[in-house]
Design a protein around this ligand. Structure first.
Ligand SMILES: Cc1cc2nc3c(=O)[nH]c(=O)nc-3n(C[C@H](O)[C@H](O)[C@H](O)COP(=O)(O)OP(=O)(O)OC[C@H]3O[C@@H](n4cnc5c(N)ncnc54)[C@H](O)[C@@H]3O)c2cc1C
Length: 445
C-alpha cells in the first residue's frame, strides 16, 4: 500500500483513526502541537465504553475507570429534582482524560503509528484544489490524505478555500463556554445527591453541575456566551448556597474551555481531506460529549479509506464516511441541535412547569450512554405521550412552543434524510446550502 496519512491532532478521534489505519497497512503519522506529557485536561471524562470496541481499541485496565453515577437534574427554581435511573449495563464510564490519551497513544504506537509531538500544523498545503499535506510553520509535510482532528478551531478547516465546499467557522450560539475545577471539600456536610445538574441555574442561560467525590467537589459551569471570571464567581456563590461543601481551594483544573454544541459539519470531506471529531462538530449538541462519537467516526473513516482500493482519497471516494456518519449519529445529532436551540429560547418558568407537572420525568432524562437521537433518548409509549400532551395542553403558549420544536426536529430529520447517498459536487453543495440555511434560520428564532 505505502500511502501516507497525516493525522493532525492527537485527540480521541485522531488517535483512534491513526491506529486503525496503521493496523490496516497505511503509513500514518500523528502531528500534535503539544508535548505528549501535556496532552489532555487535568480532569475526568465520561463516555460510552463500547465506543472503544467500535473503534477497534481494547478496553483499558479495569483499575483505570469507574462507572458514572446517575445524575440528578434540578428545575430552574430548584423545587423539583429528578434522578436518572439508568440500568447498570448502560452506564458510561468515568476515566482520567490523561489516562484515556495514554491508553490510545500506547495502542496507536503498537499499531505502528509514528508521532511528531510539539509540532503545530498551521495551514493546509494544496496541489491545485487538492489538499496534499500541511504546513507546520515554514515546513511542508506531504501526505496522500490529511485527517483533520485538530478540534473546533482547527487551523486546517478554517483555512480551506471555498472551492472545498466546507464551512470554515461556527456561528454565535454554536459553542458552549465552560469552566471546570475540582474544589477541596470543606466541613462535614454531605449533599443528598452525589451528581447534581442545575438547568437554567438561577434563571440564567447557565447549566452547572456539582459532582461530589470523597476528596473534592467537581464543578462545571456552562454558558452559551463566552464566560468571564465574574460569571464563574457568581455561579460558584450560588452553588455554594446549596452545596456548602464546595471549598475555595482549587485542587485540579480551574480552566476555561470551549465545546461545539451544534449540528455536524455539513460537508466533512474534500479531495485529500477529512474532518473528524470536534473539527467536524461531532459532539452531542445537548451535552457537548464528543469522545464516543469521535471514536465511532474514526472507524467509519478508516473503513471508508480501506474501501478506496485505488487510494484516490477524493471527496467522492471519502463520501461514504460522511453518509455513514450521518446514518449512525449525525442525523440524530442534527435534530438534537434543533431541540437545543429551541430550548434556549424557553423561559425558566416554562422549564419549571415541565418539571413540576411531570411532563419531564426521570424517564426522559434516563438516556443510555449510547443514545443517538431525541427519539432514542425519549422512549415514550403512546399512553405516556398522550398523558404528557394532556398536561401540556393546560399552558397553550408552552404547548405551541413544544409543537414548534417537534416540527423543527422533524424538519431537520427530513433534511438529513435527503443527504445525497452518492457524491456529486453540485448535489452535495446544494444539500449543504439548504442544511446550513435551515440551521441559520433556526438560530434566529
Ligand atoms: C471541559 C470539557 C469537558 C468535556 N467532557 C467531556 C466528557 O466528559 N465526555 C465526552 O465525551 N466529551 C467531553 N468533552 C468533549 C471532548 O473533549 C471532545 O469532543 C473530544 O475530545 C473530541 O476529540 P477530538 O478527536 O476532536 O480531539 P480534541 O480533543 O479536540 O483534540 C484536538 C487535538 O488537536 C491538537 N491540536 C489543535 N490544534 C493543533 C495544531 N494546530 N497542530 C497540531 N495539533 C493541534 C490539540 O492539542 C489536541 O490534542 C469535553 C470537552 C471539554 C472542553
Amino acid at each position: 500500500m505505502g500511502k501516507t496519512i497525516l493525522v493532525a491532532g492527537a485527540g480521541h478521534g485522531g488517535l483512534a483513526a491513526a491506529a486503525d489505519l496503521a493496523r490496516k497497512g497505511f503509513d500514518v503519522t500523528v502531528v500534535e502541537q503539544k508535548k505528549e506529557a501535556d496532552l489532555g485536561y487535568d480532569w475526568t471524562d465520561i463516555f460510552a465504553p463500547k465506543s472503544l470496541i467500535d473503534a477497534g481499541v481494547p478496553y483499558p485496565s479495569r483499575s483505570l475507570y469507574s462507572y458514572k453515577e446517575n445524575m440528578t437534574f434540578f428545575s430552574p427554581d430548584q423545587s423539583v429534582a429528578l434522578t436518572q435511573q439508568i440500568p447498570e449495563n448502560e452506564l458510561e464510564i468515568k476515566m482520567e482524560r490523561k489516562d484515556i490519551y495514554a491508553h490510545l497513544i500506547a495502542h496507536a504506537k503498537r499499531c505502528g503509528v509514528q508521532f511528531r509531538f510539539e509540532t503545530a500544523v498551521t495551514a493546509p498545503l494544496f496541489l491545485g484544489s487538492r489538499v496534499c499535506g500541511v504546513y507546520a510553520g515554514e515546513e511542508k509535510i506531504y501526505a496522500d490524505l490529511v485527517i483533520d482532528a485538530c478540534g473546533a478551531d482547527s487551523p486546517l478547516r478554517t483555512a480551506l478555500p471555498a472551492i472545498c465546499g466546507i464551512e470554515n467557522s461556527y456561528a454565535e450560539g454554536e459553542m458552549a463556554y465552560v469552566y471546570r475545577a475540582f474544589f477541596e471539600r470543606t466541613g462535614d456536610w454531605t449533599p443528598e445527591h452525589n451528581y447534581e445538574v442545575y438547568v437554567l441555574h438561577h434563571g440564567r442561560q447557565e447549566i452547572a453541575w456539582v459532582a461530589t467525590e470523597q476528596e473534592y467537589a467537581d464543578v462545571l459551569i456552562v454558558h452559551t456566551q463566552p464566560l468571564t471570571e465574574q460569571d464563574v464567581q457568581t455561579a460558584l456563590a450560588d452553588l455554594r448556597k446549596t452545596n456548602p461543601h464546595i471549598g475555595e481551594k482549587i485542587l485540579r483544573g480551574g480552566q476555561f474551555a470551549k465545546i461545539p454544541v451544534r449540528q455536524p459539519l455539513a460537508v466533512m470531506v474534500a479531495d485529500g481531506y477529512a474532518a473528524l471529531g470536534d473539527s467536524a462538530y461531532m459532539t452531542v449538541p445537548l451535552f457537548g460529549s464528543g469522545i464516543a462519537n469521535a471514536l465511532k467516526a474514526s472507524h467509519i473513516l478508516s473503513e471508508t479509506v480501506v474501501a478506496d482500493k485505488a487510494c484516490a482519497f477524493t471527496a467522492e471516494t471519502l463520501w461514504p464516511y460522511q453518509t455513514g456518519y450521518f446514518k449512525l449519529l449525525g442525523a440524530g445529532f442534527a435534530s438534537l441541535s434543533c431541540a437545543k436551540t429551541a430550548m434556549l429560547h424557553m423561559e425558566p418558568a416554562e422549564v419549571d412547569f415541565l418539571f413540576a407537572r411531570g411532563i419531564v420525568t426521570a424517564k426522559e432524562i434516563s438516556f443510555s450512554a449510547d443514545f443517538t437521537s431525541l427519539q432514542s433518548m425519549i422512549k415514550l409509549s403512546m399512553r405516556e405521550t398522550v398523558d404528557r400532551a394532556k398536561k401540556l395542553s393546560t399552558d397553550k403558549i408552552l404547548l405551541t412552543k413544544i409543537v414548534r420544536i417537534a416540527s423543527q426536529v422533524a424538519a431537520a430529520s427530513a433534511l438529513c434524510a435527503m443527504l445525497p447517498k452518492t457524491y456529486s459536487s453540485s448535489a452535495v453543495r446544494k444539500w449543504a446550502a439548504s442544511y446550513n440555511a435551515f440551521f441559520a434560520k433556526q438560530r434566529k428564532g
